[in-house]
Design a protein. Sequence first.
Length: 164
Amino acid sequence: MSDVRIRPARAGDLDAINEIYHHSVLHSTCTYQTEPWTPDERWAWFSAHDAKHPITVAVVDEQIAGWGALSRFHQRCAYGRTVEDSVYVRPDMLRRGIGSALLSDLIARGRSLAHHTIIAVVDSSQAASIALHDRVGFQACGHLREVGYKFDRWLDVLYMQLLL
């Protein structure tokens, strides 16, 4: 999508980020979170990210159409150059290349920040997310059965990895 602009997220974007995320919380297994975040919880999440762990937004027609983030994979020091990606797109803007633009940008940022690998933790029924990660070179590296429970059913997680 040629009219997508990716930029670093700002504090003023948090309401839009939360709105996009809350749709997935309430209607999807894209996240295993089951309750929407309060503005204070979103602010704490935003504040926990730093220059090595960027949050970005996709802007289309001056509106936030999606967001992405590189987050710490684990807190222990040896994991310092491994990050986990997150990509969420407004439901009315799906299948327009926004997710691809966000993920491609995160990969480029990960490389420029000297991260070594990006991990995607994907619900195994999320074919679109699996395909998105597969298209840019992620490979499946683990399948955990029945580790999440949402919408009255057990959910499997697929781990995917991209070595930078």
